[in-house]
Design a protein around this ligand. Sequence first.
Ligand SMILES: [Mg+2]
Length: 130
Amino acid sequence: MNSFRVAIVDDSATMRMIIKKTLVTQYSDDVEVFELENGKKFIEQVDKIKPDIVLLDWNMPEMDGFETLKILKEEEEYQETIVIMITSDSRKEKVKLATKEGLSGYIIKPFDRKRFLDMMEKVVEHLNSK
Ligand SMILES: [Mg+2]
């Protein structure tokens, strides 16, 4: 497996910890994890991180997930970057709008480990096939 880089963008430290632990348990040395506490910090760091996958919270101070997604997808370099929204808000209109902006998928909170890993498996398979 090729190693891959994941940015976890969430204002909840607990949530970041749960996701990170799940990823490291599943992928050990194949995954490199970066934690950012909001969209603004992520956008500031993204050119250093160069993530393959972004796990993006929807509700965050400074810059929310939707705004972060839009800014990221304005950049040519991040067109292929996989963005998965992790949200407690599954309103169809919002998801539809985000999909138009380049969202690859979403996970509904509360965090379901199995669903998350199923989604990750598909995403990692996709990355490995490139
Ligand atoms: Mg939040």
